[in-house]
Design a protein around this ligand. Structure first.
Ligand SMILES: *Cc1c(COP(=O)(O)O)cnc(C)c1O
Length: 309
């Protein structure tokens, strides 16, 4: 049995309008709170079958949580190295799964280098977004959705390093949805894919300035960018404040807590400023989830942005 769970796709009465139904793929219901478990669970199982004795991750976020969960399910020890900037709550959630959390360095780069120095032959390093095994796992969410909702006129999801996007597009092509446009949402300050689409080549951002830390890859994978040449991918950005507002709407209307990284996709879908969303009758939004932000964090961010405007 797969490590991830099957999730419902719900028809959102709250977010739909008279000429458009919005469907939400509830990946926020995965154990650990995000879609990451699909890809990470699959990759971890494959590595375990190949003889891996330990799993390594350098993600202090949802990917690290998913590796910790998968390792526990497979009976393998897990080591997660995170930089000093990682907040307490994600570290608590990773440790709760029985993983060892090592804090090292000022940036992700330093944490990752330290992790690589610990690496032994029987270790499997689980990348957060750039690995075909992850995409195979993420693709299953579309295989499932195709049995749960009508073929949509557009799919909306959030983009960090582009693992979710690569897996979802793979699943869409397998499901016969290769003609369905994909709307790729990012927050301002984490718009590595939108910047690359605009420039026509892979762009590395100087810094991440958005609070949506789960979208904080300065550069998307080659694979994610290559997809923009093979499929109709429409970029869209929202502000942190709009993403947070969408999270509070999701909490109120669907009784689920998600990160701003996920709220970005909901905000883009609801604004309908992207032309392919204006005429779409059925829109599938990947509610990718995320456990790094608490309800109190969402309220504090909303209060901060209200103070600014
Ligand atoms: C990882 C993550 C993303 C971005 O996924 P990528 O595969 O890096 O593009 C978006 N939202 C949440 C909640 C995540 O955990």
């Amino acid at each position: 049995m797969a490590i991830h769970h099957l999730t419902p796709t719900v028809d959102s009465d709250a977010f739909s309008s008279s000429d458009q139904r919005i469907w939400l793929k509830l990946e926020a219901l995965q154990p650990c709170g995000s879609f990451k478990l699909r890809g990470v669970g699959h990759a971890s199982e494959v590595h375990a079958a190949r003889g891996a004795k330990r799993l390594l991750s350098s993600s202090g976020g949802n990917a690290g949580m998913a590796v910790a969960y998968a390792g526990r399910r497979l009976g393998l020890p897990v080591v997660v190295v995170v930089p000093e900037t990682t907040r307490e709550w994600p570290k608590t959630l990773i440790r709760r799964q029985g993983a060892e959390v090592i804090v090292h360095g000022k940036s992700w780069m330093e944490a990752n280098e330290h992790l690589m120095s610990l690496r032994q032959t029987a270790d499997a390093f689980i990348h957060p977004f750039d690995d075909p095994l992850l995409w195979d796992g993420h693709a299953t969410m579309i295989e499932e959705a195709a049995t749960q909702c009508p073929k949509p006129d557009a799919v909306v999801l959030s983009v960090g390093g582009g693992g979710l996007m690569s897996g979802v597009l793979q699943g869409m092509h397998a499901a016969g949805w290769s003609d369905v446009p994909l709307v790729a949402a990012e927050t301002v300050g984490a718009e590595s894919l939108n910047a690359s689409i605009a420039a026509g080549e892979l762009v590395t951002l100087d810094a991440i300035t958005s609070i949506a830390t789960s979208l904080g890859a300065r550069r998307v994978s080659e694979q994610a960018f290559a997809w923009t040449k093979r499929h109709e991918v429409v970029g869209a950005t929202v502000t942190d404040a709009q993403a947070v507002r969408a999270c509070l709407d999701v909490a109120k209307e669907h009784r689920l807590i998600v990160e701003p990284a996920c709220g970005a996709a909901v905000a883009v879908a609801r604004q309908r400023t992207v032309p392919v969303l204006q005429k779409a009758r059925n829109v599938l939004v990947i509610l990718c989830g995320g456990a790094c932000a608490t309800y109190e964090d969402l309220q504090a961010w909303a209060a901060e942005s209200a103070g600014k405007s």
